[in-house]
Write a protein that binds this ligand. Structure first.
Ligand code: PLP
Length: 406
């Protein structure tokens, strides 16, 4: 008898976006012809930068020529891309990361989801609340949790985000072996200071724990004092893996390219307490289960760093951040407490009622769709997330409608 992995039965259904779609469809049925503006989307809306499109096309053309054709590429990614990343994202900012410590992949979702395979089944996993659900669900699938009850899985250490800590939780007093952190944060838009990240790095080093640092929104940081990489913190190269993505940085959500940094000094331990290189283990995993990102896509990603690429990428990010500024300004003016929107494309708004009630109110009165915070965890209740990924026209119209209806 073929048996299933029963951990999958513990998963709660991904109720959030299904429920949003259901409520929007109901609204449309009852209000035919009424305009709806979606401010809940976590996907980019602007086209790829021109430099990336051109590099992408050149890569495709090369593949069609006998001299330029390539078959399987290196599993870790082409050196031309890893070297650009090491130089532009790290060395030029005073962080010593080698091209060989970078693994190119087809997305941070896969990497943040797959990395837990390297660790034992009985480690203690710490996840933020509110949270990007991939961290939680992949550990549930792997059997590191007990059943779901009262909005949470048993067995995890939940790192509570709230207004008092600005949605930047401190290290727990007890044990946490594998720690997920995400800054700039989805969904709260919060960023951590160097001092706050240092507390985490110190904790991880003292407890021989590991930080998984999701920096998918790093490109949205505008404040120079905010760290863009966990490796800006002394000692982090022994205690942290960093995930980055071209998805939000350069509009690659549909093109797919990301990378994971695993410093060669980063270790995890066997039962006897002997250290093992995580770089070596991930290399083994990656080259066994993954055959690389396509050559044209890696050429398109390389273009983010060369020629007109950087200024075109900046222009797109500035566009979204101007949207974020408008949303933050308006919602603050309307009297709501907001987090994010300054160094992040998300604005996290304390709505003063339960988040689905506020969602329904915005939909029914203004025709605006947001994301209810409750979908990101128990601590998301009472908040909504608004995203800056939209056209200026839509953002301005939505804000006008919100103002008129509140
Ligand atoms: N990490 C966070 C925090 C995200 O919000 C997202 C996407 O929304 C991802 C990772 C996934 O990125 P990718 O498109 O590279 O898979």
């Amino acid at each position: 008898m073929i048996r299933i992995n029963e951990n999958y039965l513990k998963l709660t259904s991904s109720y959030l976006f299904v429920e949003i779609a259901r409520r929007v469809a109901d609204f449309q049925k009852q209000n035919p012809g009424k305009e709806i503006i979606r401010l809940g989307i976590g996907d980019v809306t602007r086209p790829l930068p021109k430099a990336c499109v051109e590099a992408f096309a050149r890569g495709v053309a090369e593949m069609g020529e006998a001299e330029g054709f390539r078959g399987y590429g290196p599993e870790q990614g082409y050196a031309f891309l890893r070297e650009q990343i090491a130089e532009a994202d790290y060395k030029s900012r005073g962080v010593d990361i080698d091209a060989d410590e970078i693994f190119i992949s087809d997305g941070s979702k896969c990497d943040t989801g797959n990395i837990q395979e390297l660790f034992a089944g009985d480690i203690s996993v710490a996840v933020p609340d509110p949270v990007y659900p991939v961290y939680v669900d992949t550990n549930v699938m792997a059997g590191r949790s007990a059943a779901f009850a009262d909005g949470r899985y048993g067995g995890f250490v939940y790192l509570e985000g709230n207004r008092n800590n600005g949605f930047v939780p401190s290290p727990p007093s007890g044990r946490a072996d594998l720690i997920y952190l995400c800054f700039p944060n989805n969904p709260t838009g919060a960023v951590a200071t160097k001092a706050q990240l240092k507390e985490w790095v110190d904790y991880a080093r003292a407890h021989r724990a590991l930080i998984l640092f999701d920096a998918a929104y790093e490109a949205f940081i505008t404040d120079k004092s905010v760290p863009r990489s966990i490796y800006e913190i002394e000692g982090a190269k022994d205690a942290a893996i960093e995930f980055r993505s071209f998805s939000k940085t350069a509009g690659f959500t549909g093109t797919r390219c990301a990378f994971t940094v695993i410093p060669k000094t980063c270790e995890a331990f066997d039962k006897e307490g002997n250290g093992h290189s995580l770089h070596g283990l991930w290399n083994r995993r990656h080259s066994t289960k993954f055959n690389g990102v396509s050559y044209p896509v890696q050429r398109a990603a390389e273009a983010v760093y060369v020629g007109d690429g950087p200024s075109q990428v900046r222009e797109i990010i500035d566009y979204y951040m101007a949207n974020a500024g408008l949303i933050l300004e308006k919602m603050t003016k309307l009297g709501y407490n907001c987090t994010g929107g300054v160094n992040a494309p998300y604005i996290w708004i304390e709505c003063g009622s339960d988040s689905w009630t506020f969602f329904d109110m915005l939909l029914n009165r203004a025709g605006v769709v947001c994301t209810p915070g409750a979908g990101f965890g128990r601590r998301g209740e009472g908040f909504i997330r608004i995203s800056a990924f939209n056209s200026r026209e839509n953002v301005e119209k939505a804000l006008r409608k919100i103002e008129e209806s509140i």
